[in-house]
Ligand binder design. Structure first.
Ligand code: NIG
Ligand code: FE
Length: 411
């Protein structure tokens, strides 16, 4: 199968080949020039038209981007929590919602009460929605199991999902999300330690932990880092979302691959984070819908951090699956350029998942994950809430075409 994407108005390309990531103070070096590309055998083959290709796509007036990478999602989960959202926006405090049985515990009950087929079917539907918004690689997380068996089941469901969606996926074991009933944070971490053999033998490539007053502490983060290192897994951490706990230096010391959220990041932690290879994963969907504080995205970018965007798709804080919408929020709220926002959900997001040799940029030899937009890249944030994606190619196969646009695809 060969695909020729022809005469695009803009093709987003990195300033050099072989970059594992691009620090955000260099985002302006990404190029957006007119061009064409050819995909062959599931790989990017050349930046030229192939008149003999099996599929030829007319990309005049369009931007062509690498497939988007959503490195922070909570798929698979069961059901939604819209009732809670209404309570939240009408002023009921989080603690009260939790007292009424809401929050992560509500999603844990929903997961426990749903069949495997139901959970995978819901997640498959969301992955299909993500695909239509340009996401060609996505992360999955456990975290709503809240028991040893529940977490192992969530990881198994994520693995099943991986086999049923067109996207490439990476599995993260969020083994410390909320303290399960009948445990303290310490005794639950003992259970986590006990299940590590089984987790490390499975497909998970990272461990994750939620550090917050209502969840786990910096000491538990250090312990999770030891477990990750001991089992050859990456460490990721939900930190500084609702309060400032100075978790970033702890995460850096523990060798974290990413620190995620950062709405309440302490200003003194910007420089050390920016000097490290640990990515700053910002989640403006959760910030917006939760009326959280705004992460210092501008300062992190100026300091040269490896900045990243994700949807944080989950039934509580961010029931959002569209990375173009996240780009729109990031540009407006962080004061980011279009290039900065696109870098954050392509190459730098692939770095978080350990996939930057395969995904995240348009380079010869990389997996042919490519999206075609219905206008220039500047329209992604500007036409907020419009889905700009009209064609999605995953590993060289046409995976989605917007209904009504089929006439631009010639087979
Ligand atoms: O990334 N902060 C912790 N975890 C999720 C929310 C999970 C939930 O509310 O269900 C997050 O925002
Ligand atoms: Fe999250």
């Amino acid at each position: 199968m060969s695909v020729s994407i022809e005469h695009a108005q803009e093709v987003l390309r990195p300033p050099e080949t072989g970059l594992a990531y691009l620090r955000h103070d260099r985002a302006g070096e990404l190029t957006l020039e007119g061009g064409s590309l050819t995909l062959e055998g599931g790989r990017i083959a050349a930046f030229a038209v192939d008149q003999a290709a099996d599929v030829r796509i007319d990309a005049r007036g369009c931007a062509v981007l690498p497939g988007l990478v959503d490195c922070h999602t909570h798929l698979p989960f069961a059901g939604w929590r819209a009732d809670e959202y209404e309570l939240k926006v009408t002023g009921v405090p989080y603690e009260e919602i939790a007292r009424r049985g809401g929050g992560i515990a509500a999603s844990a009950r929903a997961l426990a009460g749903a069949s495997d087929d139901e959970v995978v079917a819901q997640a498959r539907g969301l992955a299909a929605e993500m695909l239509a918004h340009g996401t060609t690689t996505l992360e999955t997380k456990s975290g709503y199991g809240l028991s040893v068996d529940g977490e192992l089941r969530a990881l198994a469901l994520a693995a099943r999902l991986a086999g049923e969606v067109p996207q490439a996926t990476r599995s993260t074991a969020l083994l410390a999300h909320a303290v399960p009933d009948r445990y303290t944070a310490d005794t639950w971490m003992d259970e986590v330690e006990g299940m590590m053999g089984e987790v490390a033998a499975g497909p998970a490539s990272a461990l994750d932990i939620y550090v917050e007053t209502v969840a786990f502490t910096n000491e538990h983060l250090t312990r999770m880092g030891r477990l990750a290192r001991g089992h050859g897994l990456a460490l990721r951490a939900h930190v500084e979302q609702f309060g400032t706990h100075r978790s970033v230096p702890v995460a850096l010391e523990a060798g974290a691959r990413s620190v995620d959220h950062l709405a309440c990041l302490h200003p003194d932690d910007i420089a050390p984070l920016a000097a490290s290879e640990c990515a700053a994963v910002l989640l403006p969907g959760a910030e917006f819908l939760g009326a959280e504080r705004t992460a210092p995205g501008r300062a992190l970018a100026d300091a040269g951090a490896i900045c990243v965007l994700g949807t944080d798709a989950n039934p509580g804080t961010s029931p959002v699956v569209s990375l173009p919408a996240i780009v729109g929020l990031a540009v407006r709220r962080y004061g980011w350029s279009v290039r900065e926002a696109l870098l954050a959900c392509t190459l730098n997001a692939a770095w978080v998942l350990g996939l930057s040799a395969e995904a995240g940029s348009l380079e010869a030899g990389k997996r042919a994950d490519v999206i075609v937009l219905d206008g220039p890249a500047a329209h992604v944030p500007y036409r907020f809430a419009h889905n700009p994606v009209w064609a999605v190619i995953v590993a060289g196969e046409l995976a989605w075409v917007r209904p009504g646009s089929e006439d631009r695809v010639h087979r």
